[in-house]
Ligand binder design. Structure first.
Ligand code: NAG
Ligand code: NAG
Length: 238
């Protein structure tokens, strides 16, 4: 009984100190602009009185019932364990077309844009999926310059409705164009759909670069509406 009393007393002392601290803190909360909080606001974890921004997509976060370390994810976001730590991710992974005619990777991105641009009243989802159905490369491959025997990767990301298929072609320095990977066992191609129903990503990896691999590599994204292309050069030095 005595022990319990002592404990209770100690607790009371601590919370009194907290109270004083919070009184001070709550009396002069820093002003937080709504437009700087892309996923909404919450009250601070310490005294529960001052506005703070909730964590946004891609930021580190705490699981719902865990002790405070980074903070909670905001509107439409969920704290998930990833290889890179606990990260806020949007609960919807389908891309959406806004009423402003702009594509957004997901609804969280659209809501964030509305906050950032002060358009909460007007910017809404026009429909799920890209604004235009035509196939379009949104993440083109990039120029690579590297030494022989290195491993290099070109990437390509496309959207469309229906989702495009991807293929690669190379135009070598001798002017000949061939489809990849052909019969070159240094070259590997991987394709993955998503995230969502309208996106596709492709990789072309060359293991052990040789001089003959130099050329212009074109990613071609095709659906029933059209074909979109993007080209990047691989330059082999030494
Ligand atoms: C895009 O495709 C969808 C589904 O096939 C269709 O409902 C929509 O009208 C199309 N949009 C445009 C702009 O063509
Ligand atoms: C060549 O590729 C390697 C492995 O991918 C990379 O670490 C290096 O930075 C590249 N070198 C150049 C000059 O880009």
């Amino acid at each position: 009984m005595k022990v319990l009393l002592v404990c209770l007393l100690a607790l009371a002392v601590v919370s009194a100190a907290d109270n004083a601290k919070c009184k001070k803190k709550c009396a002069k909360c820093p002003l937080v602009e709504r437009s700087s909080c892309l996923a909404g606001m919450e009250k601070d974890h310490e005294c529960n009185c001052c506005d703070i921004c909730s964590r946004f997509e891609g930021e580190e976060c705490d699981m719902k019932d865990d002790k405070h370390k980074h903070g909670q994810c905001g509107d439409g976001l969920e704290c998930r364990k990833t290889p890179g730590g606990q990260i806020c991710q949007c609960v919807w992974n389908e891309m959406v077309c806004g009423t402003n005619g702009q594509d957004y990777n997901n609804l969280c991105q659209l809501m964030a844009a509305a906050v950032r641009e002060g358009l909460q009243e007007t910017l809404e989802v026009d429909h799920v999926g890209p604004c235009k159905n035509e196939s379009r490369i949104v993440g083109p491959p990039r120029y690579i310059k590297n030494n022989t025997n290195e491993n290099v990767v070109l990437t390509c990301e496309a959207i469309g409705n229906p989702v495009p298929t991807l293929k690669w072609e190379v135009k070598r320095s001798n002017g000949k164009t061939t489809e990849m990977p052909g019969d070159d066992d240094h070259i590997m191609i991987a394709i993955r759909g998503g995230p969502g129903m309208f996106k596709i990503s492709g990789w072309m990896q060359i293991e052990g670069l040789k001089k003959r691999h130099e050329g212009d590599y074109t990613c071609i994204a095709v659906n029933k509406h059209n074909a979109d292309k993007a080209t990047a050069r691989i330059k082999v030095i030494n």
